[in-house]
Design a protein around this ligand. Structure first.
Ligand SMILES: [Fe+2]
Ligand SMILES: [Fe+2]
Length: 280
């Protein structure tokens, strides 16, 4: 609880102010490649919603442009990048659209959105290109890691702004959050992920992305990838807040878990890819 005696956790835990998963997102989450009809269904769900469709194609083109010629239609995306990758991109975009808010909050929403997409793209490219371990789940985990911040921005905007203000004065975001709301966006994000039934890998990343990466975690590698990707996204100018302050990055530990080139080298390669986030 914070000094005013108001405990935001009660509001959030009851999810009084948070949106339930939209019909579209819920539907996408439950589609599986084991059922052939689900392939067509995924395409038609995305096509039915033009703003979501254009963002899905935009993200698919940024992530996969090096590998395939431009992806022009949703069907084309399904053929080129596959069911799981398309499903994961569509799921994250439809989740973000739930948190879209009023014009006066647009600027900070965009900041958060770009930070998230950039982190997801970096996670995906690192696993695909530098670790040689293609994993669509790393994209989803990367892109949704700050979902708790979206929730705060959407439902508790006053507190969101106060946290940003406090973050200027203290060492870490965690400290600012504890001071203002008595909990963190990682905890809030975890509750939402549980409530929505998001995959376990996403939940673990949401909860631990600012912590010292523990090797004992079930998804230690993905947690490390997302922490590094979050750092790289920030280095490329995509901060979640208007305050340009770096997040925790336990470099030594991350590099013990992941066998990768130095961050500077990764940043150099990723710069060109990530810059297209601006056009989304
Ligand atoms: Fe975060
Ligand atoms: Fe982040």
């Amino acid at each position: 609880m914070n000094s005013t005696g108001y405990d935001i956790r009660i509001d959030i835990q009851k999810l009084k102010k948070l949106p339930t998963l939209s019909y579209t997102a819920e539907k996408i989450l439950n589609l599986t490649s084991r059922q052939l009809t689900h392939l067509d269904e995924l395409v038609s769900i995305i096509e039915r919603d033009p703003p979501i469709m254009s963002k899905v194609l935009g993200v698919a083109n940024i992530v996969y442009l090096g590998m395939y010629k431009p992806i022009t239609t949703v069907k084309d995306a399904l053929l080129k990048i596959g069911f799981k990758a398309l499903k994961n991109i569509a799921l994250s975009i439809s989740i973000f659209s739930l948190f879209k808010s009023s014009p006066e909050k647009e600027k900070s929403y965009k900041e958060l959105f770009k930070h998230s997409i950039a982190t997801g793209i970096v996670s995906q490219v690192i696993s695909e290109k530098f670790l040689n371990e293609p994993s669509e789940d790393n994209f989803t985990a990367g892109v949704l890691h700050d979902i708790g911040l979206f929730a705060l921005h959407y439902a508790f905007y006053e507190q969101f702004q106060k946290i940003e203000e406090a973050f200027r004065q203290v060492d870490s975001l965690k400290e600012a959050e504890e001071k203002i709301i008595g909990t963190t966006h990682s905890e809030i994000g975890k509750w939402i992920a549980e409530f929505w039934g998001l995959p376990e890998i996403v939940l673990e990343v949401i909860l631990y992305h600012h912590d010292f990466p523990q090797k004992s975690l079930k998804y230690a590698k993905t947690v490390a990838i997302v922490q590094l990707s979050n750092f790289i996204a920030e280095q490329l100018g995509y901060y979640p807040f208007q305050v340009k302050k770096e997040s925790e990055f336990y470099k030594e530990r991350v590099y013990k878990i992941l066998n990768l080139p130095e961050p500077e080298e990764l940043i150099l390669e990723l710069k060109e890819i990530v810059k297209d986030v601006e056009n989304l």
